[in-house]
Ligand binder design. Structure first.
Ligand code: ADP
Ligand code: ZN
Length: 295
């Protein structure tokens, strides 16, 4: 039986799994993300013990995703210092020559949603997670976009909301970027507390919806996706999604003349169907594709 290993590598936890060739999950292990010397041996041990024939990885980044690069599969400039310039994919393979591939966690998530989730049948889609940070996976024409590096949707620049008491946001790199303005900690900084504790009608969610709508508008106008998926902890606030849809329509001002947007926005900006395992399932699909391409 074919066994495909999958890893969703996150800044706080690592989720590892083994799937059979039909996509049935056989094993799963979740461990905290500690220093590489602690975490890597546990992961290589898991994949070795389960004798995987291929490996797919969806990881936090930034990552080197150029297959021709000698540092392919490395984590690059992450603020998690112990993982900076760490050869993640090479380390996971531990000398084994099996088909393996890596993509960003959010690119993995969008692959899963296109193949098995809320974007099935779409040729283009964007998956954005709004949690501790903001990240976006971009899928166009059957593949995730890598390009220069890979999309960094979370750091697109936005216009400040006139009522935002903290219009520069909290990103250490940028004045007024999406992550700095709309991730969970940005809401926390704005209200001086935890976003989870607020009622749905708290004014901060109008500001939040406005920023997420600016993001949707920018994505619609640049990528022209057939669907936008919004996941992550902040989107567990169910009241946000309809606010984002309405604000997106308002900001677009009728410019994009597509019925998918103008008449069916409820099926256009949606929650991911596989959340919270979109990234893990996508990692499996990346591993499966690597196996098929090799064999
Ligand atoms: P991570 O990005 O680390 O994987 P999550 O996706 O779970 O984590 O996102 C965590 C963030 O989501 C926290 O900042 C938290 O305040 C925020 N969050 C979780 N639930 C809600 C909610 N119901 N309303 C608003 N924010 C929430
Ligand atoms: Zn930023």
């Amino acid at each position: 039986m074919t066994r495909i290993g999958a890893l969703e590598a996150g800044g706080t936890k690592m989720v590892l799994a083994v799937y059979d060739g039909d996509g049935q999950e056989l094993e799963r292990l979740t461990i905290p993300t500690e220093a590489p010397e602690i975490t890597m041996p546990r992961m290589t041990g898991f994949f070795r013990d389960h004798a995987v024939d291929a490996l797919g990885v969806g990881s936090f980044g930034p990552l080197d995703l150029d297959p021709a690069s000698p540092t392919y599969g490395n984590i690059t400039t992450t603020p998690k210092l112990k993982w900076r310039n760490y050869p993640l994919l090479k380390g996971l393979l531990d000398g084994r020559d099996i088909p393996a591939a890596i993509d960003t966690d959010v690119n993995a998530a969008v692959i899963a949603e296109v193949e098995r989730g809320a974007a099935m049948g779409c040729e283009s889609a964007v998956y954005v997670t709004i949690g501790t940070g903001v990240g976006g996976g971009v899928y166009v024409g059957g593949r995730t976009v890598h390009g220069l590096l890979h999309p960094e949707v979370g750091h697109m620049l936005l216009r400040p909301h006139p009522d935002d008491p903290n219009p520069r946001g909290v990103c250490p790199y940028h004045d007024g970027c999406l992550e700095g303005l709309a991730a969970g900690p940005a809401i926390g900084a704005r209200i001086g507390g935890d976003a989870r504790d607020l009622p749905d009608d708290h004014p901060t969610f109008r500001i939040e919806a406005h920023y997420l709508a600016q993001m949707c508008v920018n994505l619609i106008l640049t990528v022209s996706p057939q669907r936008i998926l919004l996941g992550g902890g902040v989107m567990q606030r169910a009241a946000l999604l309809p606010m984002v849809r309405a604000e997106t329509l308002r900001l677009l001002g009728g410019y994009v003349q597509s019925p998918a947007v103008l008449e069916h926005i409820d099926e256009y900006i949606v929650a991911p169907a596989l959340f919270p395992v979109s990234g893990l399932v996508g990692s499996y699909l990346i591993g499966k594709r690597a196996l098929e391409e090799r064999g």
